[in-house]
Structures are given as C-alpha cells and as structure tokens.
Write a protein that binds this ligand. Structure first.
Ligand code: NOJ
Length: 565
C-alpha cells in the first residue's frame, strides 16, 4: 500500500475534522436556532474533545429554502446566524485555540433570490442581460401529437434530487431553468468563465479573512452534459434513470483543479469535496499529479503534488452494510486505488444521513468510533455522534426539511439527524433558553445523555471519543503511520497500523467484533491500550483473545513488524 512512502505533513492529514450544523449547535439570541456566537461559546468543549478543525455548514444570507444551501449572498452572514463581525470573532477565537475553520461552500447553485439569478431571469436577451447565461436555461421541447403546453414540455428527463423534474418553467421569459435540487436552487452554468471567476472571487473573500479551507457542496455534480442528453433508464429500477449526463462529467476535474489553485495561492488551506461516487471514480477527484513525480535516484522520494481536491470525501463506510467483510473490502479497495501522494479520509455521519447510532445501534457505534479514529486517513465527525445521538422521531407538524415536504413518507427527510446538540440537563439541554421552542425537537434522553452528564461518566461514549482522540494525537502511528493486513474473519475486522520508520513509534493491532455474539481471534503479543467498553486496558495479550459483541480493541504490539509485502 503506497502509504509510508508519503508521510503526513499537513494539518488536514494529521488532524480530525468536526462538522457543525450551525442551526443545531448552540443558540445565543433566544430564537431557537443556533448561531455563530453560539459556536464561539462552545469552542472550549471542542478543544477538550480533542478535534483539530471545524467545518461549519452554510451560514450565508439565504431564504433558507434548504437551510442555507440556497445562498443569496456568498460574502456575508445571514442575520439569523449573526454578523460578519461575529464570524471574524469566531475565526479569531478558533485560531487562538489552535482550531482550524473550514467553510461549506455551495458552488453548484444559488438561491433563486440571489441577485445573479434575479438578473438572469429578467430577460432572455443575452446582449441586454449579461447574466442570462450564468444559469442553465433551455427552451421547451418540441410539441408532440398531444400538443402539451410549453410549460409541460420538459427539455429532457433530468430529475431533481429532491423529487420531480429538474426543470422549472419561467413564464415571463418562456424558458425552463435547471435546478438539480429545489426550484429555489437554480444551477449555475459552470461552463461560463464569468461564473467561475465570480465564485473564485467569493472564495477569496473568505480566504482573505483567514479561513482554512472549504468543503465544496456536490462537487461531482457541477457540470452537466452540454447537449442536455436524456439520462438512460436504470436497468435495476426502471422508474429511475442513471445520472450519466448529470454527474461526474469529465470537465468537472478541470474546475476542481482551478479551485485548488485558488486555495494553493494562500498556502496551507484544504479543499474537501462532497462526492458520492464509487471508489474508482471517487479517487480521480484527487486530480492529476504535477511534474514532481518521485525521482528514483533520490534517497527521499518527493511526494507528488496532486492538483485536485485534498480530501474527496469518502462516504463508503456510511453506505456500507455493517459487517466485517464488507468493511475490510472497502478499506483494501480504497487503499489500493489511491493515487501516489493521495491522502485517505473517512466519514461516518453528516447532516444528510441517518445518525450512526441509529444505523448500526449504540453498541456498534462505539466500535465505529474506534474504527473511524484508527483508520489511516483524516476522519470527519458529525456533531453529536460523540454523544451517541440518534435520529429523533419527527411528527408531521414538526417537519422542516424540504426533502421530506416534497416527497412525504419516502424516508428522504433529514430532520431526524439534525436535532439540537445536547449540552446540559437544564430545559432544552442548554441548546437554547428554557422558554424557547427549538427549531427541531430534542432527543428524548437529553437529561442523561447530554455532554455535561456524559463527561462525568467514565464509560460514556463521550469519554471513549475523548480517549480515542487523545491517543490518535499522542501516537504518530495512529495519525500518520501505515496500514497493513486488513482482513475479516467471520464477524471480526482486523488491521494493523504500522509505525513510521523513525525508530520510536509503536505498531498497533486493531480488532473489532462487528457481530452480535462474543467471538475469539488471535493476536500477536501486545498490551491493550483501549477497549470500546472502556474495560480491560493495560492487560497483556498473546495468542487467543475474546472480544465482546460490538467491542473494538486497540493493542500496542510488543514488536514492530513493518508492512509485509
Ligand atoms: C448537499 C448538502 O449536504 C445537502 O444538505 C443539500 O441539501 C444539497 N447538497 C444541496 O445543496
């Protein structure tokens, strides 16, 4: 595996990223919705947790049709979340504590209230309206025998990710515009160099203020087929289509490289891409190498500089079935596909996915925490997963997410995984003041499962996360070393983390029982450093070892074996 050749040197390689959904983290102005000063007030908690960087979901001015993923001004803060001065204060306070700050940037679409779109829809005459071509406008299809009105004659069969057609008819200018998400989120035309320049300028606005990088929303969807060809039917499900002409278009890679150049002109900033693709396609988002390929004559190989995203998000653990062979297969395949110089990463939860502890159960969520924080590569945690937060039930009158409102009952709603962070055992769990109704309900067991209560319990999942994060920071094998011998034996998943060749780090054996029954396996001689049930640390093992259902073990091996070829 091409890992120890290219050791981690950047903060975004050795560090751990923590995603904050700002509506749900901490409210300070009593409107039941989290805000930027709220995040600032909780930075000490994040430092004590042991993470290195925060990624904040969008807080830009927005009509909030998709809770901030519909941006109406890329260079400001929505009053709901505070002011630019609040942001600057947050950034300074984070930097003072050694925390990096990554912003969520939404380049695929704007709000339909963005001045760019308002101008774009004002006239179809491109000479009079230089912004017409900033979005994807299209005439209605030719009438068929049934003489449907133009507004029913969609240009092609492209569908919105939130249900229904991806085209909205604009009666005044008698054309459709494309929206891959809500109709309130028109897609920008990324083939237009003016659009690219405008977005790069907005990125620079934040980079100039000192942000440490961006998580780019739906990076793999930016460019669409220039001939607007119909997507072919999905042979597995004839009611749907395959996104052949709407996703992962070859031209996207050029855009990613341009974004990367913007970031690189500022130094050690990070470009993260939200990308849901199979592994072979995903790893292409690391980009092409520049000319600095390793010189075989040189004693220290030079790390090739890839020109794409630093971290194309790897969501495969979220999408996988939770059993040992499936997970071992993902790790091995991913490691073998990574281009030279590419740094791996893993994600186990985000604001679009059912909560980890709900997907795999509270016991396995502890094993998952150890897995995420001991794999080779940058981990991204979702707020509240460190408390074992679960999806909350949402009654019909509590639905907020447009994805649920558009297609009720289809399980697309994301409110369950966005419930307020649990801080204290006071009413509203310290998220907002007692007399306020939070924008989403709280998890029912907030009185016992909040961060303060869990901090006092030596075996809580929060205590486990803290210990894992501390160990990862302490041991360079864990944050920068290699990985070897990834295998599944029945329900046991195992791999070894391999010390750096610096002579003073340790090899670790990782063992996880992902099944529902106690299991036994073999282990080379070593000392148990941590178990996910937080019991049995310090014992020496050699040979047969028994692992509880849902337990993970981190074992410091007595001797280092290196990577076996
Ligand atoms: C992906 C984001 O994570 C999701 O929350 C949002 O709805 C869509 N992109 C559209 O921006």
């Amino acid at each position: 595996m091409p890992d120890s050749e290219f050791p981690a040197t950047e903060w975004w390689q050795t560090g751990v990223i923590y995603q904050i959904y700002p509506r749900s983290f901490q409210d300070t102005n009593g409107d039941g919705i989290g805000d930027l000063p709220g995040i600032t007030s909780r930075l000490d908690y994040l430092v004590s947790l042991g993470i290195d960087a925060i990624w904040i979901s969008p807080f830009y001015p927005s009509p909030m049709a998709d809770f901030g993923y519909d941006v109406s001004d890329y260079t400001n803060v929505d009053p709901l979340f505070g002011t630019l001065a609040d942001f600057d204060a947050l950034l300074a306070a984070a930097h003072n504590r050694g925390l990096r700050v990554i912003l969520d940037f939404v380049p695929n679409h704007t709000s339909d209230q963005h001045p760019w779109f308002l101008q774009s829809k004002s006239s179809r005459d491109q000479r009079a309206n230089p912004k017409r071509n900033w979005y994807l406008w299209h005439d209605a299809a030719q009438p068929g025998d049934d003489w449907q009105p133009a507004k029913n004659r969609y240009p092609n069969n492209w569908m919105s990710q939130f249900g229904g057609h991806a085209w909205e008819w604009d009666q005044p200018t008698e054309q459709f515009y494309l929206h891959s998400f809500l109709k309130e989120q028109p897609d920008l035309n990324w083939r237009n160099p003016q659009v690219r320049a405008a977005i790069y300028m907005a990125m620079r606005f934040w980079l100039d203020r000192g942000v440490d990088g961006f998580r780019m929303d739906v990076l793999w969807l930016l460019i669409k087929d220039e001939f607007f060809r119909n997507n072919p039917p999905n042979p597995q499900d004839l009611a749907s289509t395959l996104p052949v002409f709407t996703a992962d278009q070859p031209e996207t890679h050029k855009i990613v490289a341009e974004m990367r150049s913007v970031l690189d002109s500022y130094g050690d900033r990070v470009l993260i891409g939200e990308i849901y693709l199979p592994l072979p396609e995903l790893v292409r988002y690391y980009g092409q190498s520049d000319d600095s390929t390793p010189n075989p004559q040189s004693p220290t190989p030079k790390t090739p500089q890839l020109r794409g995203a630093n971290l194309p998000f790897n969501f495969h653990l979220i999408q996988s079935q939770w059993y040992a062979e499936a997970i071992a297969h993902i790790i091995r395949t991913y490691e073998s596909l990574l281009p030279a110089g590419a740094w791996p990463n893993y994600v186990l939860g985000n604001h679009d996915q059912s909560r980890l502890a709900t997907r795999i159960g509270p016991q396995q969520a502890r094993a998952a925490a150890m897995l995420l924080l001991t794999l080779r590569g940058t981990p991204t945690l979702y707020y509240g997963d460190e408390l074992g937060m679960q999806d909350i039930p949402i009654a019909p009158d509590q639905v907020r997410d447009p994805a649920e409102k558009n297609e009720p009952g289809k399980g697309k709603g994301r409110d369950p995984e966005r419930s307020p962070m649990l801080w204290l055992d006071t009413p509203n769990a310290g998220f907002t003041s007692a007399e306020v109704t939070p924008w989403l309900p709280l998890q029912h067991d907030w009185q016992t499962e909040n961060a303060t209560a869990q901090s006092t319990r030596p075996r809580s999942i929060l205590t486990l996360y803290r210990k894992l994060l501390q160990l990862r920071r302490q041991h360079d094998t864990l944050h920068s070393g290699g990985i070897a011998d990834v295998a599944a034996e029945g329900n046991i998943l195992r791999f070894r983390r391999v010390a750096l060749p610096n002579g003073h780090s340790t090899d670790f054996q990782l063992l996880f029982n992902l099944g529902n029954d106690i299991a036994t396996t073999q282990c080379a001689p070593g000392t148990v450093v941590l178990t996910t049930i937080l019991d049995g640390e310090g014992s020496h093992v050699d040979g047969a070892i028994t692992i509880e259902a849902g337990e993970g073990l981190l074992i410091a091996l007595d001797s280092n074996e290196g990577i076996l070829e």
